[in-house]
Design a binder for this molecule. Structure first.
Ligand code: NDP
Length: 384
């Protein structure tokens, strides 16, 4: 039986892994919509290969290029924020939400309001919208399947169990490329060094987040919303080999863990096939070759981002959305060479120092908080 799929952020790293999986089962999938921001040529190439119904660029100024690249193919082209939400609202069997940043929030909410099944990679959307998104999922009967490898691991470890029996959820963290760097080395870290992750091949923004450990901070908040065991039952452990993707310990002392290769195709496949399984083409885990699994506590002196995220989710209100927006601004400034690596967390901390409003109660209010925090972070940046 053919299943239909839309992929938001099809030209990115998660989008590419998703399409690799679809390629393996080409006759079983119908591709409804593929989206990008401005990579018009690449989007058109993918839309033609996968015989998509429609291709959408978020940046309307790139629509002319997309139209030209698709002319004569019969594939519809559209552009702009409204078109992205329209694409996300198409009734399909599964929508993969893989836009990076809060830019993906409105499309994710459009997919949720349709009551569909959403494979969520776009963690920034959930961190920013938090309860607003979770309430919309419940209201519209949507299903959120976590793509993030840690949350997908937890999701798998919870199957067949009662969440009330959970003693701990442990998010594992690789520690990133700078795990063993001194403070002085961190101060001088370059964008090129930050995006060279030792275990995972990912987009630039999440690679920098992994280097600062903000990725784990965002994931802590994401886990809080997806798995409501209470903040005091969530913890982070550094595990440099990235073999165990996360663990759940139950009150009887049993700990269930999910292990697998460091390849996003594994958690994405788990979502695409859920509740069944599918082939990924990934090499089997070779534990004798791996040999040793190590664990240690995070060093929040050198990597304060996890503390900032934990404090933000404990503070509640607009703090998580503010943290995320400030981080997006600071990471972009780091990648463009405007600020140093350790200034990323400093800018986030300073943005959170201002007065933080109450919890946003709707999508529009989340977007307002996001815009105000971006402006505040930008002002802080300009004073540096
Ligand atoms: P990439 O940077 O590789 O890709 C991002 C995608 O989003 C691209 O298709 C890009 O289009 C599109 N995009 C960027 N900005 C906008 C915008 N303003 N409006 C519409 N579309 C936009 O990111 P990743 O694939 O690495 O990450 C995607 C999400 O998945 C992130 O939230 C990340 O945290 C999460 N994630 C990623 C993992 C990974 O291994 N990469 C692992 C776990 C989670 P264009 O090509 O035109 O710029």
């Amino acid at each position: 039986m053919t299943r239909s799929i839309s992929i938001l952020g099809a030209t990115g790293s998660v989008g590419a892994s998703t399409l690799d999986l679809i390629r393996r089962e080409r006759d079983q999938w119908h591709v409804a919509a593929l989206t990008a921001n401005c990579s018009a040529a690449e989007l058109a190439r993918l839309a033609i290969e996968f015989d998509a119904e429609t291709a959408i660029v978020g940046d309307e100024s790139c629509l002319a290029d997309l139209r030209e690249a698709l002319s004569g193919t019969g594939i519809k082209a559209a552009g702009g924020a409204r078109a992205l939400c329209d694409a996300a609202a198409r009734p399909v069997d599964i929508t993969v939400a893989a836009i990076v940043g809060c830019a993906g929030l409105a499309p994710v909410m459009a997919a949720i309001e349709q009551g569909g099944t959403i494979a969520l990679a776009n963690k920034e959307a959930l961190v920013s919208a938090g309860d607003v998104m979770i309430a919309a999922v419940a209201k519209h009967g949507a299903v959120l399947l976590p793509v993030d490898s840690e949350h997908n691991a937890i999701f798998q470890c919870l199957q067949g169990n009662n969440i009330a029996d959970v003693r701990w959820i442990t998010l594992t963290a690789s520690g990133g490329p700078f795990r063993e760097w001194t403070q002085a080395q961190l101060d001088a870290a370059t964008p090129k060094q930050a995006v060279a992750h030792p275990n995972w091949d990912m987009g630039a923004k999440i690679s920098v987040d992994s280097a600062t450990m903000m990725n784990k901070g965002l994931e802590f908040i994401e886990a809080h919303h997806l798995f409501p065991v209470g903040l005091d039952r969530l913890r982070i452990v550094v595990h440099p080999q990235s073999v165990i993707h996360s663990m759940v310990e139950y009150r009887d002392g049993s700990t269930l863990a999910q292990l697998g290769p460091s390849d996003m195709k594994v958690p994405i496949a788990s979502c695409l096939a859920w509740p069944k399984r599918m082939e990924t083409g990934c090499a089997p885990l070779d534990l004798p070759a791996i040999g040793t699994l190590q664990f240690c506590a995070p060093d929040e002196g050198r990597f304060p981002a996890t503390r900032l995220a934990r404090d933000a989710v404990h503070a509640g209100g607009a703090a998580p959305a503010t943290l995320n927006a400030a981080n997006e601004v600071a990471v972009a400034a780091f990648l463009s060479g405007q600020i140093g690596f350790t200034q990323i967390a400093a800018i986030v901390a300073q943005t959170l120092d201002g007065s933080i409003g109450s919890a946003p109660a709707s999508l529009d209010e989340v977007l307002d908080v996001d815009a105000a925090a971006r402006q505040r972070a930008q002002e802080i940046l300009e004073l540096l």
